[in-house]
Design a protein around this ligand. Structure first.
Ligand SMILES: Cc1cc2nc3c(=O)[nH]c(=O)nc-3n(C[C@H](O)[C@H](O)[C@H](O)COP(=O)(O)OP(=O)(O)OC[C@H]3O[C@@H](n4cnc5c(N)ncnc54)[C@H](O)[C@@H]3O)c2cc1C
Length: 484
């Protein structure tokens, strides 16, 4: 992603881009569920959607479904889109609450078109007409991350990026100020550069092993530190959502691609052994396993300085907040966008580094809070993991947001960064964090009339969802990949 973006956005100014990667080491081999921002990224690069989807066995994603998070037996969706279409004086969930909530007017999920469509296996892109309920959503993709990397590699090479396949064995720094001058491969080749982007994954070859930028550990709030991934075959219709099912010592993901299902168990090693996690995951597969299990280790947290000296870390080298809300690829693209915006004027551009680090801290911390919310707002106490996360006090920034919602039903939007109003509403209400009262502007509404209006809205959303093709039919027509 970095090389492809630089090839389009920076290389035309005369910058030469060299990509060093090691096919012997390979990539982490997971990361298949994305957020809608990836569409902007691909569009900025001029990538044709249907072509990219065929090449990566991609499907569409309208939401994430969370099972068993608040309580065992619960199910709710985090949609890529808005709830309701009342256009009233207060956010929609206040009308829903005043109408009587789930008991009187049905689940809030029934009022979000992307959720209703996802539940029914339907998909079409949103329309432009803002008056139509079919304009109230966005979408992302599920794809094979290895195929996306290969696709972008071809894309980058076709646009002048030089790719070198080899293992970096050493890094040379300038003695006077520690800036990186070059990297040397095992075969002795030396690659010099003015500026370096560390995309070396968890190892942080340049940013940590060389520049010692530090790591801020968030595992006290996010104790999952292992994952086992195992793709399987499936003939089921392709669902337009990622599924995240809470289990005893973590949670399981299910990501439908055109040619297979991506599965994984993300768990806390304090509460579960690797073999037991693999056995548990195998027992939940809906079809034949297609590969060996891939066991991974990580530590939830963020690189303390994402830009140090003449090096920026991107991807897992810059941190990892566990994959619950598919935020990692988003963070990669956000970092690349910020980097091109602040493109350094010289090797040690301290002002650009400060601005970049501030921005990435903000991004990381906001995502961290949102993900911690899923663990904090649980009522589960059936296993040591769930008891531990419930009892850990959240960061102050999250505690304030939860308190404001409980008191007034208010979610304050961030000016920048991920996860705005509907995302927070989905998880808060989905996990039983209920406001003490509806907004005063809504409380004056006649509940009987309000319920009738809500019923009409549900019907309209249902009819609109029913008018969409199934995701399978849409893919078959638009971007079917070759069978493998
Ligand atoms: C269990 C799990 C599930 C995930 N699910 C999602 C998801 O659904 N959505 C999402 O957005 N993200 C997800 N992620 C994160 C996602 O996988 C990564 O953000 C993404 O794959 C990018 O990884 P990377 O390029 O930073 O690192 P890697 O894939 O590890 O790539 C590192 C690169 O550096 C090269 N390299 C390393 N050392 C050397 C060396 N010495 N010499 C030369 N080259 C070297 C390697 O060859 C490789 O090309 C998940 C992560 C995990 C662990």
């Amino acid at each position: 992603m970095s090389a492809a973006a630089l090839a389009v956005l920076v290389a035309p100014t005369g910058v030469r881009v060299t990509l060093v990667e090691s096919s012997e080491i390979g990539t982490v081999g997971v990361g298949e569920s994305t957020l809608p921002h990836i569409r902007d990224f691909n569009q900025k690069l001029g990538i044709d959607e249907a072509d990219f989807m065929r090449a990566t066995q991609a499907t569409f994603k309208l939401a994430i479904r969370f099972d068993d998070w608040g309580r065992i037996g619960d199910s709710y969706y985090h949609p890529f889109g808005d709830y309701g279409a009342l256009g009233g004086a207060a956010p929609f969930h206040h009308y829903w609450l005043h109408g009587g909530g789930a008991d009187r007017v049905g689940s809030i999920d029934d009022y979000a078109l992307p959720i209703v469509a996802a539940r029914e296996g339907r998909f079409a892109p949103p329309v432009d007409d803002r008056r139509s309920v079919l304009s109230t959503y966005d979408y992302a993709y599920h794809f094979d991350a290895g195929l996306y990397a290969a696709y972008l590699r071809r894309f980058a090479e076709a646009r002048g990026v030089t790719r070198i396949d080899g293992r970096i064995a050493s890094v040379a720094q300038a003695p006077e100020d520690g800036t990186i001058r070059s990297v040397s491969l095992e075969d002795g080749r030396e690659i010099a550069g003015d500026f370096f982007i560390d995309c070396s994954g968890f190892r942080g070859l340049l940013i940590e092993q060389t520049l010692k930028a530090g790591y801020t550990d968030w595992s006290r709030w996010l104790p999952c530190d292992r994952a086992v991934a195992l793709p399987c075959a499936s003939d089921a219709p392709k669902r337009a959502y990622t599924q995240a099912v809470a289990l005893e010592a973590g949670w399981r993901f299910r990501i439908p691609l055109q040619h297979r299902i991506g599965n994984g168990y993300v768990y806390a090693s304090a509460f579960l052994e690797a073999d037991a996690a693999e056995t548990r995951l195998r027992g939940l597969l809906e079809g034949e396993a297609l590969k060996e299990a891939n066991h991974l280790r990580f530590l939830a947290g963020q690189r303390t300085r994402n830009w140090a000296a003449n090096c920026v870390s991107v991807g897992l080298a810059s941190g990892f907040i566990e994959p619950l809300e598919s935020t990692s690829i988003y963070l990669i693209q956000a970092a690349i966008t910020k980097l091109t915006e602040l493109w350094p004027a010289h090797a040690r551009d301290a002002a650009a580094a400060r601005a970049f680090n501030r921005q990435m801290d903000l991004q990381y911390e906001r995502i961290r809070d949102f993900i911690i919310l899923h663990y904090q707002a649980t009522q589960r106490d059936d296993s040591p993991l769930w008891r531990a996360v419930r009892e850990t006090p959240p960061p102050d920034s999250l505690a304030e947001r939860i308190a404001l919602f409980r008191q007034k039903g208010v979610v304050q939007d961030y000016r920048e960064g991920l996860f705005q109003h509907p995302s927070w509403i989905a998880v808060l209400l989905g996990q039983h964090v209920t406001p003490a009262r509806a907004h005063p502007l809504v409380a004056a509404e006649d509940p009987v009339r309000l319920r009738a209006g809500l019923q009409r809205m549900r019907d309209a959303i249902r009819r609109a969802a029913d008018s969409l093709p199934t995701q399978d039919a849409y893919i078959a027509r638009y971007c079917a990949a070759e069978a493998v």
